[in-house]
Design a binder for this molecule. Structure first.
Ligand SMILES: NC(=O)c1ccc[n+]([C@@H]2O[C@H](COP(=O)([O-])OP(=O)(O)OC[C@H]3O[C@@H](n4cnc5c(N)ncnc54)[C@H](O)[C@@H]3O)[C@@H](O)[C@H]2O)c1
Length: 420
């Protein structure tokens, strides 16, 4: 059985730890994590000895090659250096998306992995969900004819955007990655996967329109703790309300630090951006962006990313020459029409061909997290053919598309050529 270490044992790292514990197929033998409370969880909840809960990635890498593969789950800007070290040491990597924070670093990881013959799988979990798998299969089976246009919308949800991109780890694009990569590299990956063609040109517009001081309500303060009561009560983003509510649904946007603590106490301390008013944060992440793409065969695609929706979900519509399909990723229902015939409603969660492991598709990313875990373990053990597996080359191609879209946005929508 392959021995695994998880580097960065925060929200995503622990999620992978739980999958290893629940489904087996590999053995978790070490973690590397700077936060003591997370290392403690490694000991208490995952049964690891303190000796193998390394206090940093550096301390772990200093041991040389002690496992077969790693899950690299630190923050975006840390990926490049850690991935390069891991590759040099001989590790295969399940690498959290985005691969790295710049186009150059992404390409360097791809080239190093190819040069050294290492297996690197990006966590493009969305393509593993039966919802998108079903669309891909329809395309392969010719049910849509030739795909001419794809429209994908990433509805981030006002509360999720505030937690992650105004107060959370991805609020400053320079410190992490442009939002179109951080949030939408999944969407770009899906578009490329479904179309299976090279994108040749891209253009993009977007800005940070709402979460800035001009929109701060009268009576608001720098921290929710100091905001006037009447203003706070009406505010959609009142941290004393929004964090507890959302934590009930799962950890999101840096809220891992609230686990096991009294949220009110943390907010009263006013120590960091997660306690700040959304209109007085130090954020620069855009809150809406559109991307237009054209492909080598003339097909087009459009992506809308917006902070402003009630729920957090993706919506997709694929238009082919013989039929169309659309649906909401959140409920997993697809509506397929072969032109001229009655519409069919398909519940993707019930498609047995995508559920060979009996996975609950209501889980992380429509079941995608779990499928990806299985596929990574297969990749580094049997390397069987996989319908969904993404190579490092394909993953980096969608990242390049995202970085080019960002370059276009910064140049008032100028059309950018996309080269591999
Ligand atoms: N695939 C997806 O759909 C998806 C979803 C959410 C986040 N992500 C990505 O996963 C990554 C992790 O996100 P997260 O939400 O788990 O963040 P997180 O902050 O909860 O976890 C990161 C962990 O790394 C630890 N860390 C920091 N420096 C370290 C070091 N030098 N050595 C070892 N550990 C260190 C932190 O203490 C933290 O616990 C990010 O790149 C993020 O963009 C991917």
């Amino acid at each position: 059985m392959k021995k695994i270490a998880i580097v960065g044992f925060g929200s995503r790292g622990q999620m992978f730890g739980k999958l290893i514990r629940q489904y087996g197929g590999a053995e978790l033998v070490a973690i590397a994590e700077t936060e003591e409370s997370n290392r403690k969880r490694g000991v208490e909840e995952f049964g690891l000895s303190e000796a193998v809960c390394y206090p940093s990635a550096d301390a772990f890498f200093a041991q040389g090659k002690i496992v077969d593969a790693i899950f690299l789950c630190t923050q975006d800007k840390q990926h490049y250096e850690m991935a390069m070290q891991a590759l040099e040491l001989g590790y295969d990597i399940c690498l959290e998306k985005p691969a790295a924070a710049t186009i150059e670093d992404c390409i360097a990881i791809r080239d190093k992995a190819n040069e050294l013959g290492r297996k690197v799988m990006l966590t493009h979990v969305v393509r593993y969900a039966p919802f998108y798998g079903a669309i891909k299969r329809m395309i392969i089976e010719g049910k849509l004819g030739d795909v001419v246009t794809i429209n994908q919308t990433e509805n981030i949800a006002y509360w999720h955007f505030a937690l992650s991109y105004v107060r959370g780890p991805w609020r400053k694009m320079f410190d992490s990655t442009p939002t179109i990569i951080a949030k939408c590299c999944h969407d770009l990956d899906i578009i490329l996967w479904l179309l299976n063609k090279k994108c040749t040109h891209v253009s993009s517009f977007g800005s940070l329109q709402h979460f800035n001081p001009q929109n701060a309500p009268k009576g608001s303060a720098e921290y929710c703790a100091d905001c006037e009561k009447a203003v706070k009560e009406k505010c959609l983003y009142n941290a004393y309300k929004v964090y507890p509510e959302r934590m009930k649904r799962g950890v999101v946007g840096g809220t891992a630090r609230f686990i096991g603590k009294d949220i009110n106490e943390v907010l009263d301390e006013k120590q960091d951006a997660i306690c700040k008013c959304v209109y007085h944060s130090d954020n620069d992440a855009v809150d809406h962006q559109v991307v237009n793409m054209v492909f080598e065969n003339g097909a087009t695609a459009h992506l809308t990313m917006t902070a402003f929706s009630e729920e957090c979900y993706r919506f997709v519509k694929v238009h082919g020459t013989k039929g169309e399909v659309y649906g909401n990723f959140d409920d997993g229902i697809l509506y397929y029409t072969e032109y001229g015939k009655p519409q069919q409603k398909i519940d993707s969660s019930k498609l047995v061909e995508f559920n060979t492991f009996g996975i609950d598709t209501s889980g992380g990313h429509g079941g995608g997290d779990t499928y990806l875990y299985f596929d990574f373990i297969d990749y580094i053990t049997k390397d069987s053919p996989s319908f969904t597996r993404t190579t490092i080359d394909d993953s980096i191609e969608s990242h390049i598309l995202g970085f080019k879209a960002e370059e276009s946005r910064l140049n008032n929508g100028q059309v950018m050529e996309v080269k591999g």
